[in-house]
Design a binder for this molecule. Structure first.
Ligand code: NAD
Ligand code: UDP
Length: 315
């Protein structure tokens, strides 16, 4: 893709900003588009002045205009943390539906490859474990999380329709819980929540009894998977995540140990429809891309903790 030009929607967010870094490092020019609803300029300010980078502030639920050629559109725009999408239910539904439609229309008119950031949430509270791509999921469409899950499921459906009906060259990545530097400290997701609580010596807020499981992937591994999927020929959805599964309580204890914090663990109510288990089956990614995660949890967490500790010191 060296010498090519890509649009990244949601480029000022956690994952989008790391993706912009990677594309630029691969010699791809980047148009980063974001309305900053949950993202931040601070995630991309190191890229201002890079000759291959431009930032456009725009809400992608409205018509998207980008002058000139585009070889790829990577559509990441969407609130992603449960707290964010519960606060922004209509925006979440709109960006997953209208925003994906606009981004696909642009891909069709430019002859660009289209890459959709989907999610493990399309499996809902899964009855198949670990989750394989051929599982259709167990989603409550009218529950509070439905605004995100159904928006993403619609996003996948319209992406496949543009692929089949209009011949757009598409990719769909189902992202499992990913963590790393540039997550927002207050976004409510478990990684920034526990790290900041442990650093401040505050109680670690485990929801429910902490027996629900998640599988955490470091951002560098995820972005490597994105890059390989983008450069593949695979239009079917693909899981990218780290299969190392643990309970939320084990995760709280791991963070407390790494930081050496004396924080206690408190138990509060489990949010409605919180999935009880989550673990990616990555057989397809291994077979088709030769991809698998490489970063150990303790190493990824060390980098993430350093990031949050530096920000707390500056306060
Ligand atoms: P994030 O909130 O940091 O980034 C999302 C970005 O999209 C933000 O910069 C936000 O301002 C922007 N955005 C939202 N609505 C927009 C709109 N209408 N127009 C333009 N920009 C808009 O979240 P993230 O963790 O970086 O997630 C990025 C993508 O990956 C999302 O689509 C999310 O659903 C998906 N995803 C992330 C994870 C994860 O663990 N991080 C897991 C599954 C899926
Ligand atoms: N969680 C928790 N305490 C927190 C934040 C989250 O126990 O302060 C739990 C949450 O209920 C879920 C898991 O951690 O079971 C992961 O939550 P997150 O918001 O990171 O993402 P999800 O995987 O639910 O989309």
């Amino acid at each position: 893709m060296n010498g090519q030009r890509a649009l990244v929607t949601g480029g000022a967010g956690f994952l989008g900003s790391h993706l912009c870094d990677r594309l630029l490092a691969e010699g791809v020019e980047v148009v980063c588009m974001d309305n900053l609803i949950t993202g931040s300029i601070s995630n991309i300010e190191h890229l201002f002045g890079h000759e291959g980078f431009v930032f456009v502030k725009h809400d992608v639920t409205n018509f998207i205009h980008v002058a000139g050629r585009l070889d790829a559109i990577l559509h990441l725009a969407s609130p992603a943390s449960p707290i964010d999408y519960l606060k922004l239910p209509i925006q979440t539904l709109k960006v997953g539906s209208l925003g994906t439609h606009k981004a696909l229309g642009l891909a069709k008119s430019k002859g660009a490859k289209f890459f959709l950031a989907s999610t493990s949430e399309v499996y809902g509270d899964p009855l198949v474990h670990p989750q394989t791509e051929d599982y259709w999921g167990n989603v409550n469409p009218v529950g509070p999380r439905g605004v995100y899950d159904e928006a993403k499921r619609f996003g996948e459906a319209i992406t496949m329709a543009y692929h089949r009906h209009h011949g757009v060259d598409t990719r769909i990545v189902r992202i499992f819980n990913t963590y790393g530097p540039r997550m927002r400290a207050g976004d409510g997701r478990v990684v920034p929540a526990f790290i900041n609580q442990a650093l401040l010596g505050e109680p670690l807020t485990v929801f429910g009894d902490g027996s629900q499981t998640r599988s955490f992937c470091f951002v560098d591994d995820l972005i490597e998977g994105f890059w390989q999927l983008l450069n593949s020929e695979i239009s079917e959805p693909m899981n990218i995540g780290n299969p190392a599964e643990m309970t939320v309580l084990q995760f709280a204890e791991a963070i407390r140990d790494i930081i050496g914090s004396k924080s206690e663990v408190t138990f509060t109510e489990l949010p409605e429809d919180d999935p009880k288990v989550r673990q990616p089956d990555i057989t397809v990614a291994k077979r088709e891309l030769g991809w698998e995660p490489r970063v150990l949890l303790k190493d990824g967490l060390a980098k993430t903790i350093e990031y949050f500790a530096e920000r707390l010191e500056k306060k």
